[in-house]
Design a protein around this ligand. Structure first.
Ligand code: G6P
Length: 587
């Protein structure tokens, strides 16, 4: 969601800026722009739609000779995606790009309008730009410092001033890093944007002001801060599609490998995992697919221990009344570690003195740094907006946590652990059955509605299956507890309506099959995913039978590949579905 890159060095920044933006495309955006600056001129070029259209515009312009620039991909919040609303914005002396939301923008705008400031866009960003300009009297750091005391909300800014040849950056609740090259310095939303240029970087902490001239100076409230220089471990290759047509497919295919990498340390030593039975209550809090991973975790923990577990979407949890009257652990799940609502939920728990555990992919992200305890999944960079491998690893990590809790409770024996070792191989076999998924996709891709049904763990798995399908194919899809469908939604089932049923829980299998019969009787096309042979329906995908803890891990890839094939048949922009953002850094 919104991406920032900035450059100060010796080269014309155009190529770096455009490549940086392309590397951030995965975050989701609907317009983009760049600003270049030399001693005499500032040149701003903006465009709606894909970066290729910005690139075309940039290539058709006579660019100024310069060695400093900033660029941005915008995911619209205040104001429609348009050239006027796209960043960079310029007010007086100040040109900037912004990620985040300025919550008091309308009040500030009213005041500024009284001071005869003219606005050219509907954005909160232009208001922030005007505020910095208002405070600018020749000292940029002072102006930024004063402005951030007035601005409410979240921001990552990369800024330059008309009469200065320095580049500035500051952030709060939105990520930003500084990268160090040979005689050049980069600013970026994340390391993926700059990894082909450098792997040396520093994290910018909240409200530190970065001044990039001949050298980089970082201050917090006027005091100089020495920044640690980190080395990124991701490689530039991880951004390549490696011959796959889409990142989504590549990332699904990586699942066996990343599962092996993530699970290995814990297979070797389960003591590395926290013991959930030390708590009386577990709250799992997350957004989107991460929340659905949490639903699987909840089911596995509750079914196999005596623990109470709740799962909440972070945007609700952060504002609702939560009673912490038992020894509680709050588990935050986030691929990016930067989701605004999940960060707020974590801070709420911490404020109440509650222990927090993060399941997170990005080392150095806000959630990784601020949570009390962390379990890192080893997904590597995930470029496709719709998460696949990271979700898979979140589920795997929760399965291990549930298993360890069950062991501690004495409700399971340790023989199950041997099974986890074969999970990556089983997943690889499931992934190899591409023809089966394509065949199913061909039979459903032209439909307007698709339903997923399941009970207990199978329902938890089906929720993400349904979300994945709707995200990438734009087909309306819903997941239902199999027994609930007939209380209303079955009225939408008619001749040929696809119903994908997940049936792996042996205790409840017969009940779900009765529900499949009900939809079959109304003409539904019945697709079954089961660990047993169930005949008499349109399609069956038979997955290996696993212990309860690891069964979801062999169902998830089937659902992901069905979603992928359906989206491909419909000609959708699979890696960048419309309106979606990878990392949702605003509320
Ligand atoms: C966005 C992404 C989803 C993701 C959710 C939570 O909506 O499109 O794929 O599940 O954010 O993101 P997180 O980084 O916190 O896991």
């Amino acid at each position: 969601m919104c991406g920032i890159v900035g450059y100060k060095g010796k080269q014309q920044p155009k190529d770096f800026l455009l490549e940086g933006l392309k590397n951030l495309e995965y975050r989701g955006y609907d317009s983009s722009g760049i600003a270049l600056k030399n001693d005499d001129e500032i040149q701003i070029i903006r465009s709606v739609g894909k970066i290729s259209s910005l690139e075309e515009k940039v290539n058709n312009e006579n660019l100024i000779n310069c060695s400093m620039g900033i660029a941005h991909t915008r995911w619209a919040t205040h104001g429609i995606p348009s050239e006027e609303n796209a960043h960079p914005h310029r007010v007086g002396n100040v040109t900037l790009v912004h990620n985040g939301i300025i919550e008091n923008a309308s009040e500030l705008k009213e005041e500024l309008l009284k001071e005869n400031v003219v606005f050219n866009s509907e954005t909160d960003t232009e208001v922030a730009c005007a505020i910095i300009n208002k405070y600018y009297e020749g000292n940029a750091v002072e102006a930024i410092n004063r402005a951030i005391k007035v601005l409410k909300g979240s921001y990552a800014f990369c800024i330059f001033f008309e009469d200065s040849d320095k580049l500035y950056a500051v952030r709060k609740d939105s990520p930003l890093i500084i990268g160090y090259g040979e005689e050049e310095v980069y600013v970026a939303s994340d390391i993926a944007a700059i990894i082909s240029y450098t792997n040396k970087y520093s994290l910018i902490e909240e409200n530190e002001i970065v001044e990039i001239g001949d050298r980089v100076t970082v201050t917090l409230d006027g005091n100089v801060v020495n920044k640690e220089v980190l080395t990124a471990t991701i490689s530039a290759d991880s951004k390549d599609k490696c011959g796959y047509e889409h990142y989504m497919l590549k990332e699904i295919m990586e699942e066996p490998l990343v599962l092996e990498k993530t699970l290995k340390p814990y297979i070797d030593n389960l003591d590395k995992l926290p013991d959930l039975t030390e708590y009386e209550e577990i709250h799992i809090v997350a957004c989107g697919s991460a929340m659905y991973a949490g639903m699987i975790g909840k089911t596995l923990i509750e079914e196999n221990t005596n623990l109470r577990v709740t799962v909440e979407v972070a945007s609700e949890y952060r504002y609702k009344k939560v009673i912490y009257d038992r020894k509680t652990l709050v588990i935050l799940i986030s691929q990016s570690g930067e989701t605004a609502d999940t960060i707020a939920a974590m801070r709420k728990a911490k404020m109440a003195g509650i222990e927090t555990l993060a399941i997170v992919n990005v080392v150095g992200s806000t959630i990784a740094r601020e949570s009390g305890n962390q379990l890192f999944i080893e997904a590597g960079p995930e470029i496709a907006v719709a998460t696949t491998k990271a979700y898979m690893l979140q589920v795997a990590m929760l399965s291990l946590l549930a298993y360890k809790a069950a062991l501690s409770s004495g409700l399971v024996n340790d023989s199950v652990m041997n099974e986890i070792k074969i999970v990556p191989r089983m997943v690889r076999e499931i992934l190899d059955r591409r023809d089966d998924y394509l065949e199913i996709a061909k039979s459903i891709y032209e439909r307007d509605d698709i339903f997923f049904i399941g009970r207990k763990i199978d329902y938890a798995v089906s929720m993400e299956g349904s979300l994945k399908l709707k995200e990438v194919s734009y087909i309306h899809s819903e997941a239902y507890q199999a027994g609930e469908l007939k209380h209303g939604t079955i009225s939408l089932v008619d001749d040929g309506t696809p119903v994908i049923s997940i049936i792996t829980d042996k205790d409840i299998k017969e009940k779900t099959i009765s529900n499949v019969q009900e939809v079959k009787a109304r003409g539904a096309k019945c697709i079954i995913i089961s660990n047993e042979e169930i005949t008499g329906y349109d399609h069956l995908i038979q997955v290996p039978k696993m212990s309860d803890f690891f069964q979801p891990l062999v169902v998830v890839p089937c659902l992901q590949l069905i979603a992928y094939e359906v989206a491909k048949l419909r000609g959708c922009d699979i890696d960048k579905p419309k309106n979606l953002a990878k990392s949702v850094t605003v509320e």
